[in-house]
Design a binder for this molecule. Structure first.
Ligand SMILES: [Zn+2]
Length: 327
């Protein structure tokens, strides 16, 4: 009993500390200074980026993942016909500028998923260099240099490219995911998910409830199975390893973990996966699955609405993932 009380107090304190640290990072200049140090250290440690990535193209669309910081991805999305481009989450402006110069494109838009510095830290420097570049994002997040606040389902055009902005709160209050419609070029939809969804994982719930995050993840799932997932971080190995502790008998998960282990041994990027694939192994998209609920020891209460139960499952997966990361 005493032990239980102590444990309760310890967990409460840890939670408060976590919130305090998050507040400093997200709302004060300390966060910016921390980011600057992160950029400097990552440039020294990974002069050519943390991973080897390759561009993907459909007709006149070219998507170039740019590995930045120690595990982030920015994406340069190019309309090769007009030479116009957008960049998603340019955290290291030097790496992004180098890609812009190498491709010889005109930067028209920064598509910012959320305010965290490791996604938005390069906005100011790139805007200075590219006077006509617009910055898109949510007015609910304090996105640096924001020029074009977006509403849910609003469209952004860059050359012949068309993106749809989807309000996907949970990680932050104003988190936005972007979907490129590649159908006119014969390609599948491309989801730039920021910190909403990763390969086998999802973002932490800093500014939203499990219910909010569940609704946002459902929006991603609703995009269809062939949708390519381009996440904000290279977290595949850690997320798949964690998932395999929850579901011990999932062949799709085992296969993906084997594949990702090999990819990462050779420092190759694991992006993109597809929403269809993610549904087979990503525990955050499997809250409706009995095998996962049983593994967590959770059962639906009498009269409990289905989504309320799924949110409870999501909360438990997230809690265990946070503990897994802390060890
Ligand atoms: Zn974030």
């Amino acid at each position: 009993m005493i032990q239980g009380d102590l444990l309760g107090l310890g967990m409460g304190q840890r939670e408060n500390q976590k919130q305090a640290r998050y507040s400093l990072y997200a709302h004060t200049r300390l966060g910016y200074l921390f980011y600057k140090r992160q950029v400097k250290k990552a440039r020294e440690r990974y002069p050519h980026g943390h991973s080897v990535s390759r561009p993907v193209g459909f007709g006149a669309v070219k998507i170039l993942p740019i590995p930045v910081l120690s595990n982030n991805y920015s994406y340069l999305v190019i309309d090769t016909g007009s030479g116009r481009a957008a960049v998603v989450d340019p955290s290291d402006p030097l790496a992004v500028q180098a890609a812009i110069e190498e491709e010889g494109v005109l930067l028209e838009a920064i598509l910012c998923t959320h305010k965290h510095w490791d996604h938005s830290g390069g906005n100011a420097a790139l805007c200075q260099q590219h006077g006509s570049c617009k910055v898109y994002g949510s007015a609910l997040d304090a996105v640096p240099e924001l020029t074009n606040p977006l509403t849910d389902k609003e469209r952004v055009s860059v050359g012949r490219l068309s993106f749809e902005a989807l309000a996907t709160p949970g990680h932050t209050a104003g988190h936005v995911a972007y979907v490129l419609d590649a159908a006119p070029f014969g390609g599948p939809p491309c989801l730039f998910s920021g910190d909403l969804l990763f390969l086998a994982g999802c973002g932490r719930l800093f500014e939203g409830s499990p219910e909010t995050m569940l609704a946002s993840l459902d929006v991603a799932v609703g995009l269809g199975e062939d949708t390519l997932l381009w996440p904000g971080h290279e977290y595949a190995l850690e997320c798949l390893s964690f998932a395999s502790l929850l579901e011990l008998d999932n062949p799709a998960l085992e296969r993906k973990l084997r594949w990702a282990t090999q990819q990462r041994q050779e420092k190759r990027s694991t992006c993109p996966s597809t929403i269809g694939e993610e549904k087979t192994y990503n525990p955050f998209l499997r809250t409706h699955r009995r095998e996962l609920q049983e593994a967590l020891g959770l059962t639906r209460r009498g009269g409990e609405p289905r989504d309320a139960f799924r949110a409870r499952v999501l909360k438990e997966v997230r809690r265990r993932k946070d503990l897994y990361k802390a060890t």
